[in-house]
Ligand binder design. Structure first.
Ligand code: ATP
Ligand code: MG
Length: 470
């Protein structure tokens, strides 16, 4: 695939409005203006708040464009959840124009214009800042950034990551402005980086993850040149801020395309830089673990599609389970008490993971509970059964047990046993368990009366029918 420069070369020479020089690639981008009647973006699909911001800026004499993911998604017929605006007004000028706005960000200031629950992010065109003396360079979160260096719209386009993310919808005439060939990429469903891929990944390694995420979300392919540096530059993700990687992992796995993201991360070799323990366990050829992870992600995607809630704790518990389980078993063979072995394994795996992806404490606590409850499903004596069912994390832990069915027939049976147990009226369950009170252990599964009619998740409705991933 020819690079962006080659693609636009012929056009550029003919273009009378030659634009600013792109220092990064030593080439001049050509502007293509797609008039209203030649694209599908309609104001009907743009939020009222975003339209108000665009119009107000424009009426005050500034340039105002919708930009980034929203333009891309609108062209693809999607429904963007957030709308970003780019303008030549400075943040202070934006602030003066909108009483309902506030300036955010320390180094690079943006304005947030607030309409009830909706926030429109308004950013001033940014320069590439490559000429010497333009702004101070800083490394922030592993990225090279420069303090407020305002630029032209052309420069603003060139510092964006993918061509499809650098399209501008012009509120003054409803045209789309394309400086980098993004429109063509939308049509061809491909992600090209703007400029030299290796340089762009060195500036910000998280762009590699963004490539995978957007390819999964949009069902695009990643251009060969954009994917080529992954193996060599993937290790740079170690420098990315763990908090940023946490945010990115939510967008990868909890936004409705988790299974696809996971498969692409594995194929591209990037998984090991984000989830080393997961990649290690899978590399050991643990096919049951792969089935568990894929099923967990598929269930999550289905919940998102149905508009149900999903939480990160369950998902991270799924991704890291293989390593926790294997470590716990290793310690148990060394005569460590089971409870201690599980606790230690969880602590160890979480500590390692959080060096890469900063999972907040409230989620790691839930993960520890979900894992810690797993061995307790094997203890089916009467008192323990009722105690476990009353545990606040029972529901999530039980769903986790069901995912583990792929591990062995015994685990699958255990899952079925607990499924039945929850559907029995408590007295019937108590009586069944009392009948074999002396024994304990999985043999009681056979002593259990099977429920006559499958009622809908009795235990679930008792606990408020809440999300199984809460
Ligand atoms: P999503 O649909 O997930 O919101 P998005 O492309 O809108 O995708 P955002 O993180 O919201 O992603 O970023 C908005 C825009 O900012 C992008 O479209 C892109 O133009 C620019 N951008 C975001 N992250 C980067 C980056 N790391 N490097 C360069 N440009 C970026
Ligand atoms: Mg966005």
């Amino acid at each position: 695939m020819p690079r962006m420069i080659a693609l636009n070369g012929a056009q550029r020479r003919k273009d009378p409005n030659r634009l600013n020089h792109d220092a990064r690639t030593n080439a001049t981008p050509a502007l293509r203006i797609i008039p209203r009647e030649q694209h599908v973006i309609s104001r009907k699909n743009i939020s009222k708040a975003a339209l108000r911001v665009l119009y107000r800026l424009n009426e005050a004499g500034y340039q105002a464009y919708l930009v980034g993911g929203a333009v891309r998604d609108l062209l693809l017929g999607g429904h963007p959840k957030d709308f970003d605006v780019a303008t030549n007004a400075t943040p202070d000028e934006v602030k003066k124009l909108f009483r309902n706005s506030r300036l955010i960000g320390r180094r690079f200031r943006l304005a947030h214009v607030v309409y009830g629950p909706e926030i429109i992010e308004v950013a001033t065109f940014r320069g590439t800042g490559e000429e010497e003396g333009e702004g101070d360079r800083h490394i922030v979160d592993g990225r090279i950034v420069r303090d407020n260096v305002w630029g032209t719209i052309e420069e603003d386009a060139l510092r964006r990551d993918f061509r499809v993310n650098a399209l501008y919808y012009d509120i003054s005439d409803f045209s789309v402005r394309d400086y980098v060939g993004g429109m063509q990429d939308v049509e061809n469903r491909v992600l090209h980086l703007i400029g030299d891929p290796a340089t762009r990944y060195r500036e910000d390694p998280v762009r590699m993850l963004r490539a995978v995420r957007l390819a999964a979300k949009l069902d695009f392919r990643i251009d060969t040149a954009a994917a080529a540096p992954f193996a060599e530059l993937g290790p740079l993700l170690a420098d990315a801020a763990p908090a940023r990687l946490f945010d990115e992992s939510l967008k990868l796995f909890l936004a409705g395309h988790g299974l696809k993201s996971f498969r692409m991360l594995e194929q591209t070799g990037l998984l090991k830089f984000m989830f080393p323990a997961t990649a290690r366990a899978l590399k050991r050829g643990d096919e049951a673990l792969r089935a568990l992870i894929e099923q967990g992600l598929a269930n999550t995607d289905a919940r998102v599609a149905e508009g149900k809630s999903v939480t990160p704790a369950f998902l991270f518990a799924v991704l890291l389970w293989g390593e926790v389980r294997d470590l716990a078993h290793t310690w148990m063979t060394k005569d460590v008490e089971p409870v201690t072995a599980w606790e230690r394994a969880a602590t160890h795996v979480i500590a390692e993971q959080c060096q890469r992806v900063a999972i907040p404490r409230r989620f790691t606590l839930t993960m520890e509970e979900i894992w810690g409850l797993q061995p307790r499903f094997e203890q089916v004596q009467r008192k323990r059964v009722f105690r476990l069912m009353a545990h606040p994390r029972f529901r999530a832990a039980f769903d986790f047990l069901l995912l583990r069915a792929a591990e062995s027939p015994a685990i699958r049976q255990l899952g079925e046993w607990w499924d039945h147990a929850q559907q029995l009226p408590p007295e019937t369950l108590a009586a069944a368990l009392a009948g074999s009170a002396s024994g304990g252990g999985a043999s009681e599964a056979s002593a259990m009366p099977k429920p006559r009619k499958r009622r809908k998740r009795k235990a679930a409705s008792k606990s408020g029918g809440k999300s199984d991933q809460a």
